[in-house]
Write a protein that binds this ligand. Structure first.
Ligand code: SAH
Ligand code: SF4
Ligand code: F3S
Length: 452
């Protein structure tokens, strides 16, 4: 067996893609390895979203080149491949700047990987096409033993690409136009995952709630329809989806949060800014007030829902007042968790050409203030869980001997003392304390069960 070492950067979609790349190569005699020094094929699955993420790629290539050199001294060949969004956006530049790289390919053409790897043995290969064919029709499914090894929770990409063109964002350029996978294809994949032991599936898409895949009758199905179908799969205990855009949060999807017990009470709904002026120039096409009103409607349907978000500070022309509007919005919404970033001008996006770029020092200060508030809210959210009993999907040993851990419905990390043979189950746990990062609980014993 040949070995692949794959390093994944960026979003969950890249995590999913990396697994599918491994699946694509498995029938050709390749298996995954955690040891880079033993790898015949090294893949870097990259992210272009911010400058830092993107620059990392070139230093990683440098490190990989050293491995290639060491292996060469032992008489072993190593193919280096760069995949993902930097490959898509800067493929030619990688080929020029990094002669050690044998293979460059984008997120839409990795079903051709076995052929590309063969060809790369003799000649450098670049494939950053957006092919006509649907890559998912060509990708082999993972063997059940592989799915089992990957654990109780799995990602499943249902939608890719984006047509929204927010003025800061590279995704529409790196991932291409918005596309949805057909319902039946997704149901088949979900059923296979469940047969492989998966209990929780997170549906992925850059704009997952814009999903509109064709169903068996070739009619367009919404995300809500898809969720209802998935909820009928026996053994699929929990469903989540990410990332959503506020403008695609339809009434039927909101109702699904009320009606489907399998759909977990957690929603990642980025707003980016609380200033209407900035939202407009970001091309988000909604106001802060509309977002808050939307959150209210979602909470009417599912009062306990945890809301998480993404924020960008220091977008061009963001004044102190605009920034204060963002803090105000956060205070109104009360997030359970959030990701926040300093604006990073990206080549080819309208934001990078805008006047009044905000100085780095101001961006740093604003990010720090924003994070203090968000951290405080996360701490409060966890603190409010104390005293409650929650079902926890137990998926690992804890860091402390005798402890096991898992996730609450609200995606909080929970740990508690209980035997390891409970890993793989969903059990009720009473929360006894909580800080910003995690919750500590006590297992609720079933009839006849004894405390260990
Ligand atoms: N499709 C998702 C997000 C994709 S990118 C959505 O629409 O919400 C993930 C997050 O990265 C974004 O929500 C945004 O907060 C951040 N991001 C994207 N481009 C950025 C940039 N140029 N600078 C800083 N943060 C950025
Ligand atoms: Fe980027 Fe906006 Fe599309 Fe999200 S909706 S992927 S932020 S362009
Ligand atoms: Fe990064 Fe591409 Fe995801 S740019 S965030 S890996 S879609």
């Amino acid at each position: 067996m040949k070995k692949i070492f794959i390093k994944t950067f960026g979003c969950q979609m890249n995590v999913y893609d990396s697994n599918r790349m491994l699946d694509a190569l498995a029938p050709h005699g390749y298996e995954n390895s955690d040891d880079i020094e033993s790898a015949d094929l090294i893949l870097l699955n990259t992210c272009h979203i911010r400058e830092k993420a993107s620059e990392k790629v070139f230093s990683e290539i440098g490190r990989t080149k050293e491995v290639q050199q060491r292996r060469k001294e032992l008489g072993k060949e190593t193919i280096i491949g760069v995949a993902g969004c930097v490959a898509q956006a800067q493929g030619e530049e990688i080929m020029k700047r990094a002669p050690a790289v044998d293979l460059v390919f984008g997120p839409q053409s990795y079903h051709r990987l076995p052929d590309m790897v063969e060809r790369a043995k003799t000649k450098r290969v670049i494939d950053t096409d957006f092919p006509e064919e649907d890559k998912f029709n060509f990708l082999p499914k993972p063997q059940q033993a592989v799915t089992k090894k990957r654990g109780l929770t799995a990602f499943l990409t249902v939608q890719e690409g984006c047509d929204k063109f927010c003025s800061f964002c590279v995704v529409p350029y790196t991932r291409g136009v918005e596309q949805s996978r057909p319902v039946e294809q997704i149901l088949a994949e979900a059923k296979d995952l469940v047969l492989g032991g998966v209990k929780e599936i997170t549906l992925l898409g850059q704009n997952v709630n814009a999903y509109h895949g064709g169903d068996a009758l070739d009619q367009s199905a919404s995300l809500s329809k898809l969720l209802h179908k998935l909820a009928n799969i026996d053994g699929l205990e929990r469903i989540r989806y990410t990332t959503s855009h506020p403008n695609d949060m339809g009434d039927d999807l909101i109702a699904a949060h009320r009606d489907l017990p399998q759909l977990m009470p957690y929603l990642h709904l980025p707003v980016q800014s609380g200033s209407n002026k900035i939202l407009k120039s970001m091309n988000r096409s909604h106001t802060g007030e509309e977002y808050i009103e939307l959150i209210e409607r979602i909470r009417e349907a599912r009062p306990d829902i945890a809301i998480s978000g993404d924020f960008i500070v220091g977008f061009p022309d963001e004044s102190d007042k605009d920034f204060e509007d963002t803090l105000d919005l956060i205070k109104k919404v009360k997030y359970s968790s959030a990701y926040s970033f300093k604006y990073s001008p990206r080549p080819g996006t309208p934001g990078a050409l805008m006047k009044n770029q905000v100085p780095e020092k101001v961006r740093v200060e604003r990010l720090a203030r924003l994070q203090i508030l968000l951290n405080q809210q996360q701490g409060e959210f966890n603190h409010n869980a104390v005293g409650k009993i929650m079902p926890v999907l137990i998926d690992k040993k804890g860091r402390i001997e005798g402890q096991i851990g898992g996730r609450s419905p609200y995606l909080q990390a929970v740990h508690f003392n209980a035997p390891e043979n409970l890993i793989g189950l969903i059990r009720n746990v009473k929360i006894i304390s909580g800080d910003r990062h995690s919750l500590k609980g006590e297992l609720i014993l079933n009839d006849g069960e004894e405390k260990t």
